[in-house]
Design a protein. Structure first.
Length: 261
């Protein structure tokens, strides 16, 4: 009988054990949002470690958005913003060498679903924000068609803003958190597609159709147009000659798409 083979047990730094112990207290609800952590001295005594180890553990908690410190006071438990969580998820996707195909397959499910929920829940405030986004995009498209220079990053940001408003209007934070890491990683592709293929007008036309369907609260139509919009994006990516199966390059993606800049 062959003996089972076990992997070497990973030895974690002590400060990470401190981080994990406090994190568990937060996630199980014994430490609640707004509660102050005990002093570094008290924590060091409780854990049987020195204060510098506790300090490093707290630093990780701050980076994770689980605690925040105001002035020189003791850190308080906080809720991490979903954008902070999304940036870490984006980094994880890159480290796992996901491809554009994987991103797109996720987006073509998530974005139409978000639009469909938005159609039944969107209010006038969000509709007005979408309309304003379209007006600003129209100005950029006219500039492109007149041969004037348009900042590609500004156009990409406006496109991203449009989709974020739709996501926000669903009132579903889980859905918003699900789409954001994927959306961030599409940014570099937009930077490549727009200058090469001059697809600014196609993006604008899709946004206009989507907004019209949202105004009518037509769930089927808005889902259909969002799906077309995402399929058009994939066609643009392929038209540039980039392989949709190549793993994403963290360097090419850059810090702003990863939420680190």
């Amino acid at each position: 009988m062959t003996e089972p083979q076990f992997s070497t047990i990973e030895r974690q730094p002590t400060y990470r054990l401190v981080y994990t112990a406090i994190q568990n207290e937060i996630t199980c609800g014994r430490l609640k949002v707004g509660d102050r952590l005990p002093s570094e001295t008290s924590l060091a005594e409780q854990f049987g470690v020195n204060r510098s180890t506790v300090r490093e553990g707290i630093r990780l908690l701050e980076e994770s958005g689980l605690v925040t410190r105001t002035g020189g006071g003791r850190p308080r438990v906080t809720l991490p913003h979903y954008l902070d969580l999304a940036s870490r998820a984006s980094r994880a996707l890159v480290l796992h060498s996901v491809s554009f195909r994987e991103l797109w397959e996720a987006a073509v499910v998530i974005e139409p679903a978000a639009a469909e929920y938005a159609a039944s829940r969107i209010d006038d405030v969000h509709l007005d924000r979408l309309a304003d986004s379209i007006v600003r995009m129209e100005d950029m498209v006219r500039a492109v068609e007149e041969g004037r220079r348009v900042d590609t990053d500004a156009f990409v940001s406006l496109d991203r803003e449009f989709h974020e408003i739709i996501s926000d209007s669903t009132g579903n934070r889980v859905l918003a958190l699900s789409r954001e890491p994927v959306a961030r990683l599409f940014i570099p592709a937009g930077r490549v597609i727009l200058p090469r293929l001059k697809t600014h007008r196609r993006v604008l036309d899709a946004h206009i159709r989507i907004l019209a369907a949202l105004r009518e609260h037509d769930t089927a139509l808005v889902r259909d147009w969002m799906k077309r919009h995402m399929e058009d994006f994939k066609r643009g990516y392929e038209a540039t000659g980039m392989s949709i199966d190549t793993p994403l390059d963290a360097v090419a993606i850059g810090p702003d798409a990863m939420g680190t800049g």
